[in-house]
Write a protein that binds this ligand. Structure first.
Ligand code: BDR
Ligand code: CA
Length: 315
């Protein structure tokens, strides 16, 4: 089996943390670099959290570079009303066992892509600012990108606002740039991730693992679940971000549909909302995105939990 080269651009975040563990624990992907962004917390906090998560996973050989402090046009929207003041509130975490890279996120992205013999996949699980900045600063890297899979948007409802999902609200101009890049793009939106619920049965399977990694995941779900219950009245939290990695590892876990996708930049109430044309209502617009539609949730959790267990067993 040839492992697919992967970069994760993230804002950890409880569900970003599980996405990192899924990538580290999966033999199907080769996690070459992690870049961080503002989003669930400040970029400083997101960077420390990424270093701590990879330390917990004994994956301190994966370079981590700090990225955008705010959106392409300089705004900083934070989601710490969901993830707590640190961005990863809940169980204690180990001190970072390694240093952040001296490179910027865009430099690490560029160097990792250019030095790979295989085209690299990028999973973006926060505001997509770093990826847009990469395409602006180094357009030639496009040749080395296999595809961009992003968590964000929805075919239906929002969460940060009634219609806009948090990541797409936080930097719609960046997403607009990525959608217009001509690169293969896949969207994993709330319509999909709301099928990836960490039910009590899932959390029990995490807690029952005989290692700190499993128990930490269970405690993360406790904090994240309480936020989802308080803000959106969910009985169990949707674990969004690992769906991007799961879709790379096993595309058959998810049913995909080609569609034209745009993001609203100007709406008075709808800024950051994705417009997903599932029924060709804009006949002049060609499909530009593969949109995730439905998830095989039992298979998803088997994949995620076995990766977490693999990471925990070797830690
Ligand atoms: C997205 O926003 C954050 O809360 C999560 O990490 C996820 O990436 C869901 O809207
Ligand atoms: Ca995220």
């Amino acid at each position: 089996m040839v492992a697919r080269p992967l970069i994760i651009d993230c804002d950890p975040g409880h569900d970003d943390a599980v996405a990192l563990l899924l990538a580290v624990g999966s033999p199907h992907v080769d996690l070459r670099a992690v870049t961080t962004t503002f989003g669930n917390c400040s970029v400083e906090d997101a960077t420390r959290n990424a270093l701590q998560i990879l330390t917990l996973a004994h994956a301190t050989d994966i370079p981590v570079a700090r990225g955008a402090e705010g959106s392409i046009d300089g705004k900083s929207t934070l989601g710490n009303y969901v993830h707590g003041a640190s961005g990863l509130d809940g169980p204690p975490m180990p001190e970072p066992g390694f240093d952040v890279s001296p490179e910027t996120a865009t430099e690490l992205l560029r160097r990792t892509i250019e030095s790979s013999t295989e085209p690299v996949s990028i999973a973006a699980t926060g505001p997509i600012t770093n990826v847009a900045q990469l395409l602006l600063d180094h357009p030639a890297v496009k040749d080395g990108i296999h595809e961009i899979v992003f968590m964000g948007g929805s075919t239906e409802r929002g969460n940060h606002t009634p219609t806009a999902e948090f990541n797409t609200f936080a930097d719609p101009e960046a997403l607009d740039l990525v959608l217009g890049s001509g690169l293969p793009v896949r969207m994993v939106g709330l319509n999909l991730t709301h099928q990836a619920l960490a039910t009590p049965a899932v959390v029990e399977r995490m807690a029952a693992m005989d290692h700190v990694v499993g128990r930490t995941c269970a405690a993360w779900m406790g904090f994240f679940g309480a936020s989802y219950n308080r803000v959106w009245e969910f009985a169990a939290p949707p674990v969004h971000d690992p769906c991007t990695i799961a879709g790379l590892i096993d595309p058959g876990l998810i049913a995909w549909r080609d569609a034209f996708v745009a993001v609203e930049l100007d709406g008075r109430w709808t800024r950051g909302t994705t417009v997903v044309d599932l029924h060709q209502r804009y006949p002049d617009q060609q499909p530009n995105v593969q949109v995730a539609m439905s998830l095989d949730a039992p298979r998803y959790w088997d994949l995620v939990l076995s990766a977490i267990d693999r990471v925990g067993q070797r830690s």
